[in-house]
Design a protein around this ligand. Structure first.
Ligand code: TTP
Ligand code: MG
Length: 406
């Protein structure tokens, strides 16, 4: 079933909270950030102030020069935090699949909710209405089949907007937009794309992948996917993925290292694919072993650089395994591998060397094949021993005990 995702962002958030509390400020150019003689910058500008060219990040002195009649407010964070909490509580009333992104912004997975509200559009209308009634704030909402399109839609619809991009229309919707509208395209990327003659998302989407990869490494692939309206990141409630792990108990206790490694590799690939699916990288890898006498140990290793490749998980897992088995304990009953300390991918443009890029591309390619043809459609040499032992389904091997996850 096609997904339905909403991106909700409050309009001129800090300013609007002030205006909701103080009617005198309504309909006027208002700036939150501080008095104009201060060295700070504009945190939020009302839409009336934006008509004078004011925007977030602008020095207050410049803002004053452009619009001396604006009302400049210091602002107080506790008010905004309270409003944010009430905002998120309202969203959670509409769908439990809520992923807050910042104080005034969240994704909501509303797939299937049309049966309750008549349509997703009507659901969004009801949501905006409640935010207006209870908080006195305006929300802009984008609705689409994936996060990136929903986010762009909500921004385009501002202020007080509601924009739905019908499934199938994603690329047509994105095509005419300037590339700067694409999340992840900062000034630097925009400049490089500009030098290649790419100024719209449409042009970006028809640029050969190889060209983008040669300039941006793996980020080039993400740019390309986003530009085509392809984004399979899920809406992830906070805390849902503090860690990801897979473990299994053997049919018979074992000391066989190649067998242990094959299982570790397989479980690591399961963890890796979920990690990439969630769009995260891990800083910590943990090996779990249970011995024949049920003693259970975990050993963790913190990576110097967060990663989400199967290779890193396996290399780190086997390093921990080798160290542990060197102690010559009993046969192993259970093996597991997990990742924690999950982070958003870093600024990859700066950091990636070519071998890391190749690995990452390989992982993406494997993920694509597996999404299409099933998990065991493609296998690494390491996991081959499992092939003769376990039956496989589209979802992977049926291990002796299910590979538990959290
Ligand atoms: P935004 O949603 O980016 O901005 P906004 O809500 O003021 O305006 P709109 O969404 O209608 O374009 O950020 C939300 C709040 O975060 C904003 O009200 C103030 C704060 N903020 C800063 O403190 N500094 C900044 O540079 C930005 C962009 C936002
Ligand atoms: Mg906002």
């Amino acid at each position: 079933m096609a997904r339905q995702i909403m991106h909700i962002d409050l309009d001129a958030f800090f300013v609007s909270v002030e205006q909701a509390l103080n009617p005198e400020l309504r309909g006027k150019p208002v700036v939150v950030g501080g008095k104009p003689d201060r060295r700070g910058v504009v945190a939020s500008a009302s839409y009336e102030a934006r008509r004078f060219g004011l925007h977030a990040g602008m020095p207050l002195t410049t803002a004053y020069r452009l619009c001396p009649q604006a009302i400049f407010i210091e602002g107080s964070f506790s008010k905004y935090r309270d409003a944010s909490q009430r905002f998120m509580t309202i969203l959670a009333d509409f769908s439990p699949y809520l992923e807050p992104l910042s104080l005034d912004e969240a994704y909501l997975d509303v797939t299937g909710f049309e049966s309750i509200y008549g349509s997703i559009h009507q659901m969004a209308v009801a949501l905006k209405q409640r935010i207006k009634n209870e908080l006195g704030l305006c929300a802009s909402i984008g609705i689409a089949s994936c996060k990136v399109v929903a986010k762009i839609a909500s921004e385009l619809s501002k202020p007080d907007g509601l924009l739905e991009v019908a499934g199938g229309n994603e690329s047509a919707f994105l095509a005419p937009l300037p590339i700067a509208k694409l999340p992840g395209v900062g000034r630097k990327t925009e400049r490089v794309l500009g030098s290649l003659g790419i100024d719209t998302i449409g042009k970006l989407s028809i640029t050969p992948l190889a060209t983008l990869k040669s300039h941006f490494g793996v980020s080039g692939e993400i740019l390309h996917r986003f530009a085509s309206g392809i984004d399979d990141r899920i809406v992830e409630p906070p805390g849902a993925a503090k860690s990801i792990s897979r473990e299994t108990t053997f049919g018979k206790d074992t000391r066989d290292r190649s067998w242990l490694k094959a299982t570790l590799r397989y479980l690591g690939e399961r963890v890796g694919s979920e990690l990439r699916q969630r769009g995260k990288q891990a800083r910590c890898v943990t090996l779990k072993l249970r011995y024949a006498d049920f003693t259970t140990i975990t050993r963790s290793y913190t990576l110097s650089q967060a990663s989400h490749t199967d290779q890193t998980l396996f290399d780190t897992g086997t390093k921990l395994l080798r160290k542990e088995l060197a102690q010559g304990k009993q046969p192993v009953r259970l093996v597991g591998i997990g990742v924690s300390n999950l982070v958003e991918p870093g600024r990859q443009l700066d950091m990636l060397d070519t071998s890391a890029q190749r690995l990452e591309q390989l992982n993406r390619a494997i993920d694509r094949i597996r999404r299409k043809y099933g998990f065991t459609a493609i296998q690494t040499g390491r996991t081959l021993p499992l092939k003769d032992i376990f039956p496989s389904t589209d979802d992977g091997y049926t291990l002796h005990t299910p590979s538990l996850s959290r």
